[in-house]
Design a protein around this ligand. Structure first.
Ligand SMILES: C[S@@+](CC[C@H](N)C(=O)[O-])C[C@H]1O[C@@H](n2cnc3c(N)ncnc32)[C@H](O)[C@@H]1O
Length: 212
């Protein structure tokens, strides 16, 4: 299937992305709204969740993505397959996460992934990065105790910064696998960006946090 072409980056601080979305009626999105929910922040083309949703039928999977054509294409695919546990939302996570989380059934959010977020290398663009203290606070509020946040990046500075933001919050504990600072493997399935990075032989920095 040919990939639709989209802009490589969009600026989440642009005026057109400042209106938070109205969350959907969840009963129209998932057939079992009370199943555990895995939320993928910056889901891109959505293939990671597509694989996860097939593997774990007893979970719901929600992708949040700011590039609308990618969301439309990913939902088109999910609808074609007629999977009732997978959906993607077009939104700016930095202003729509709280309305989305507060509209969900209580206690469903069990896993969050933030994988290869846009790095925004220049320090004057740091506010465009997705992992901000406010986002961490919302995750801390809505994740169940024992719920997980898995992050990964091919940029050491960005992975470190995401870890710092999560560690600063008293609700999160970092899980080490005993080998080194970073997890050596992805415990889930590889994302598109992850596969491209691995194919280039470049390092990946991964970390897991658990809500206390
Ligand atoms: C480099 S891509 C990684 C995609 C996928 N997670 C992967 O690993 O292959 C980062 C994605 O995050 C999305 N994104 C960036 N800022 C966002 C925001 N504020 N809200 C929602 N999505 C965002 C981008 O549009 C892009 O699709």
């Amino acid at each position: 299937m040919p990939l639709i072409r989209v802009r490589q980056h969009v600026n989440p601080l642009a005026r057109k992305f400042q209106t938070p979305i109205d969350p959907p009626i969840w009963e129209q999105v998932f057939s079992q709204t009370n199943q555990p929910l895995h939320m993928d922040i910056g889901s891109g083309r959505g293939r990671f969740l597509l694989q996860m949703a097939q593997r774990e039928l007893n979970w719901n999977f929600l992708g949040l993505e700011i590039r609308e054509p990618l969301v439309m294409e990913a939902n088109r695919l999910a609808n074609q397959l007629d999977w009732q546990n997978l959906h993607y939302l077009f939104c700016n996570v930095n202003n729509s996460l709280e309305p989305i989380l507060s509209s969900l059934p209580t206690g469903v959010l069990q896993r969050v992934t933030i994988q290869f977020p846009d790095p925004w290398f220049k320090s004057r663009h740091a506010k465009r990065r997705v992992v901000q203290p406010q986002l961490v606070a919302h995750l801390a509020n809505y994740l169940v105790v024992g719920g997980e946040v898995f992050i990964q990046s091919d940029q050491h500075f960005l992975a470190t910064q995401m870890c710092d933001r999560l560690q600063e919050h008293p609700a999160f504990t970092r899980v080490f696998n005993g080998v080194g600072e970073w997890l050596s493997e992805n415990p889930l399935v590889p994302t598109e960006r992850e596969i491209a990075t691995q194919n280039k032989g470049e390092p990946i920095y991964r970390a897991l946090f658990v809500k206390r």
